[in-house]
Design a protein around this ligand. Structure first.
Ligand code: NAP
Length: 247
């Protein structure tokens, strides 16, 4: 069986580990190629876009793919749309393997917004010390604001899209709550801006904000779409194996 695993997330890496060396599944991991040092892949990997849903549809036919698992990041809305359209047109079964978003807990003060522009507006005019953790591709929305930003990204952001007052911190999770509290204290952070990505790797910043009583501007994820959705690796694996032809 030939499987295409759309990756770029912890979930994809987890599933790749389980599929590596599988006797009856030949899986290929697909990455967009955004990160300069992606986690070491456990599967044969192709890198780069397919060329929209038509390109993906062509790829599915040419590579005779039997099933697709979309395990892209919850904010990768375009790839998820393309996967749905391409799998429908190539008549290939598709499942989404993702993680639930974070939910507020007692003590949290969240200002919920739907995109980066909304987050920028939610900061208001008076200058503040902001901990900005939305990824390097979303930074342009904050350019031109008067705040002092501590910008944490995995790879270096392009200098031309940075806000005027920005301090860059290159780091990749997971982070501990103690580390996050220490960081926020040292930088006298007054407000956190985050995408609601769910998952454990970067959740500690929310607990830190809660314990320091800091508000959080939370960019909510696009709605989850698709008919077959899994939140754990065993279910995703069972779905894949259910598409194996009988020996
Ligand atoms: P996106 O907006 O949904 O996708 C933009 C384009 O990138 C797609 O149309 C596709 O190009 C290409 N692409 C995306 N994921 C791909 C994959 N797994 N394999 C091959 N091509 C892919 O995605 P994004 O938000 O830019 O995210 C890019 C990658 O980073 C994804 O793999 C995602 O899982 C990962 N990631 C995203 C975030 C985030 O916050 N958005 C965070 C962490 C990791 P074509 O149309 O040419 O096929």
């Amino acid at each position: 069986m030939r499987l295409l695993l759309l990756g770029g997330s912890t979930e994809a890496n987890r599933l790749a580990r389980r599929l590596s060396g599988h006797a009856r599944i030949r899986a290929t991991l697909s990455l967009a190629g955004r990160t300069t040092n992606p986690a070491i892949a456990m599967l044969p990997t192709r890198i780069g876009g397919f060329g929209g849903s038509e390109g993906l549809s062509r790829y599915l036919r040419e590579e005779r793919i039997d099933a697709v698992v979309n395990a892209t990041h919850p904010f990768a809305a375009q790839m998820s749309e393309n996967a749905m359209a391409a799998c429908a047109s190539a008549r290939v079964p598709l499942a989404l393997f993702t993680r639930p978003p974070w939910r507020t807990q007692p003590g949290d003060v969240w200002i919920e917004v739907s995109d980066a522009a909304g987050a920028a507006a939610a900061l208001g005019p008076p200058p503040k010390r902001v901990f900005l953790t939305v990824g390097r591709l979303q930074l342009a929305a904050f350019r031109g604001l008067p705040h002092h930003f501590l910008v944490r990204t995995i790879d270096s952001p392009a200098p031309e899209i940075l806000p005027k007052f920005a301090e860059i911190l290159l780091a990749k999770g997971p982070f501990t709550v103690a580390e996050e509290i220490d960081l926020m204290r040292r930088h006298a952070v007054e407000i956190l801006v985050s995408k609601n990505s769910g998952g454990g790797a970067t959740e500690a910043k929310l607990e830190a904000a809660r314990s320091l009583r800091l508000p959080v501007v939370m960019i909510q994820p696009p709605p989850v779409r698709g008919r077959t959705i899994f939140y754990n690796v065993e279910q995703a694996l069972a779905w894949i194996e259910s598409h194996l032809a009988s020996p």
